[in-house]
Design a protein around this ligand. Structure first.
Ligand SMILES: *Cc1c(COP(=O)(O)O)cnc(C)c1O
Length: 370
């Protein structure tokens, strides 16, 4: 019966990806030296309006390296939203610091700046502001808090490449912005990540840490116990080609959003969660929030769509519920509510408007049969 086969996400290698990978192979530089590393970093810095960009092996190591570069470690606390992908909190734990969870706002799945201040203690060293599901969080307000209390601000932009807050690209607002190029992100290098910063000092620290902590001027001389968090020239070749088409790729994602939105906006099961007015947004996956009376049917809806050949994803589970993290106890009613009512629908460059309409037809049919 099910003729559709719509995955949640697909890559969008529509340009020079193969050509550049072949060039990298032919050059002999397949590990972490080679011209594409430099080129991808330069192009990414330019796109992000950040003076420096440092490529990493993935989005998680980008956060770990960012924390270490800012001197965050044992004995320090880092404030992280409870509603995010686990990697944000895992990176804090890997850096040796303690995770302190924050709730989101009632009107947004992003971290609520108003709830942050009461979480700040003498041990707080940094805040990781995550821009979740393509919406920028209120990063300016969080920056004000960081300035007031002398804290570092890291922006986790894994799901928000191309998003702007008050005209500034996310990632370039805090001390360090981190990105992921996992297969389902706005651009991909297979696995991969990036840190951007406007500080040349931080840039240098990031480069040393990702390269075994070695002195850039003296090979095999270690300034600290670093890591190997480097990206390969093959990955950077793909990233360079992806960036050449960035405007086209982001535009299509937002066209897909518009198509979903127009199909669903007048339905009573649909809860319209608008991005902040000051924020441009990029549709990563289409976030479908269900109204309160329909939220209990979410699992059934997801199973129903699966039966039709349409893949979906649950919103993340709030991390404070998991025994993996030992954050101070607290109430996180907004994160819990968003997690309960939210699911993501397929979004990728090659998804046609017609497929989006079919997906929405099935969603409507599910609710009319309830
Ligand atoms: C994908 C993602 C990461 C981790 O990126 P990887 O490249 O998969 O390690 C971190 N934070 C958020 C919010 C993500 O969505």
């Amino acid at each position: 019966m099910s003729e559709l086969n719509i995955p949640i996400s697909k890559h969008s290698m529509i340009g020079n990806e193969k050509k550049y990978v072949n060039e990298a192979l032919a050059s002999g530089w397949i590990s972490s030296s080679g011209k594409f590393i430099k080129r991808f970093e330069e192009d990414f810095a330019k796109f992000s309006n950040a003076p420096f960009a440092v490529s990493m092996s993935n989005g998680t190591t980008a956060i770990v390296t960012a924390l270490k570069a800012l001197g965050v470690g044992r004995g320090d606390e880092v404030i992280v939203p409870t509603l995010t992908f686990g990697a944000t909190a895992n990176a804090v734990a890997t850096a040796g610091a303690a995770v302190v969870f924050a709730d989101c706002a009632t009107t947004s799945w992003n971290i609520d700046p108003e709830g942050i201040e009461k979480l700040i203690t003498s041990k707080t060293k940094a805040i990781i502001a995550v821009h979740l599901y393509g919406h920028a969080c209120n990063v300016m307000r969080i920056k004000e808090l960081c300035d007031k209390y002398g804290l570092y601000l890291i922006e986790d932009c894994a799901e928000a490449l191309g998003v702007e807050y008050r005209g500034s690209k996310v990632g370039a607002i805090g001390d360090i912005g981190t990105f992921s190029f996992f297969g389902n992100k706005n651009i991909s290098t297979g696995e991969g990540g990036m840190c951007v910063t406007s500080s040349s000092d931080t840039d240098e620290k990031l480069r040393i840490l990702r390269d075994h902590g070695m002195d850039p001027k003296k090979r095999y001389w270690h300034l600290e116990a670093g890591y190997n968090h480097r990206m390969t020239n093959l990955q950077a070749a793909i990233g360079t080609a992806q960036l050449e088409n960035i405007e086209k790729l982001l535009k299509r994602r937002n066209e897909i959003h518009e198509c979903y939105y127009n199909e669903l906006v007048n339905e009573n099961f649909f809860l319209d969660v608008a991005p902040p007015k000051s924020c441009s947004f990029v549709n990563w996956l289409f976030p479908l929030c269900l109204s309160d009376s329909c939220a209990d049917s979410k699992k059934l809806l997801m199973d129903y769509l699966k039966g039709k050949g349409i893949d979906t994803r649950n919103f993340f589970f709030p991390l404070h519920q998991m025994s993996a993290y030992s954050s101070p106890p607290g109430d996180f009613p907004n994160a819990t509510a968003f997690s309960k009512r939210g699911l993501n629908l397929p979004t990728y460059y090659h998804l046609s408007d017609q497929s989006v309409r079919i997906i929405c037809k099935h969603v409507r049919e599910f609710f009319s049969s309830q």
